[in-house]
Ligand binder design. Structure first.
Ligand SMILES: Nc1ncnc2c1ncn2[C@@H]1O[C@H](COP(=O)(O)OP(=O)(O)OP(=O)(O)O)[C@@H](O)[C@H]1O
Ligand SMILES: [Mg+2]
Length: 273
């Protein structure tokens, strides 16, 4: 598709690629490379990632700390730009999109959940969830109404008027998930969404992600250190030495590497899996 065609589509239809679980390809990377310069040191966490996600898939990305999980998710979300290589969404290269189109992509096509929720503590749960709609220019009343619906979906209907800063860690992460989904994206990207939670809250938040993944026909890509939760995904991919590799042996290798680099605590299975 040419630049003019994509721009025309954004102007008329927005990024509302229907969320369906038909197994067709929705995200693809080709030779994705990200290099950082830190002083004189060169760091290349991603060194040629060829990856494809099909609609409806839940994919877990694992790997020891520093292997590039967050970097990869940021590139998929267009929050960062690759040094070389390409990300395609529904066959469209992100590289070929202009700034306005990329802003649409970030706001509408993908939802992002961070390890730390990044909520505005002095705003209510509903106001936080409504924020992406307000950014898009929705009227405040409509945005808050939609936000309250989403808070119901994540089990927090009765907390919608409470300040985000007063909620528990698990509740805050539920609000963050509602905020990520309020624009009804096709793809949900989550960077260690249970990393800051205790075992029981982590299990509850992961169950919620699984339920929303199914009911909203999402394609979900989650980075996690929690191998027992990772195994519940449709596919587990491991980042090692700049490459992404599938397979159970890789997972076992990563478990050992995680234990070595981060200590047993960081990689210990947290859920009941
Ligand atoms: N903006 C940056 N500038 C310089 N180096 C960076 C930058 N962002 C990431 N890095 C480096 O890239 C590597 C990969 O980082 P990244 O955060 O993607 O790892 P990760 O797998 O998400 O780790 P963790 O499991 O601890 O979250 C690290 O060595 C990190 O220091
Ligand atoms: Mg990370």
């Amino acid at each position: 598709m040419t630049q003019t065609q994509t721009s025309a589509r954004v102007a008329t239809d927005g990024w509302q690629v229907a969320a369906v679980s038909d197994g067709s390809e929705i995200l693809r990377t080709e030779g994705l490379r990200r290099r950082f310069l830190s002083g004189v040191e060169e760091i290349v966490p991603l060194d040629g990632i060829d990856f494809s996600a099909r609609r409806g898939e839940m994919i877990a990305i694992v790997g020891p700390s520093g292997t590039g999980k967050s970097t990869l998710l940021h590139l998929l979300a267009a929050l960062d730009t690759p040094t070389s290589g390409e990300v395609y969404f529904a066959g469209n290269s992100l590289h070929s999109m202009g700034e306005a189109e990329l802003a649409e992509y970030r706001n509408r096509a993908v939802g992002f959940v961070w390890q730390r929720h990044h909520l505005l503590p002095d705003f209510t749960a509903a106001e936080n969830v409504a924020m992406p709609l307000l950014v898009r220019g929705k009227a405040r009343g409509q945005a808050l109404h939609a936000a309250e619906g989403w808070l119901g979906e994540v089990g927090l209907a009765r907390r919608s008027g409470q300040q985000a800063g007063e909620l528990s860690g698990g509740e805050q992460q539920r609000v963050a998930i509602a905020r990520a989904l309020v624009n009804e994206p096709v793809v949900l990207l989550a960077d260690e969404p249970t990393g800051d939670l205790d075992e029981r809250s982590a299990e509850a938040v992961f169950e919620l992600l699984e339920r929303l993944h199914q009911s909203h026909h999402l394609t979900s890509i989650l980075a996690t250190h929690n191998l027992s939760l990772a195994k519940r995904a449709d596919r587990v991919l491991a980042l090692q030495h700049g490459k992404l590799a599938p397979g159970a042996e890789t997972l076992a290798g990563v478990a050992k590497a995680s234990a070595r680099t981060a200590g047993a605590g960081a990689s210990a299975p947290g859920g009941r899996g």
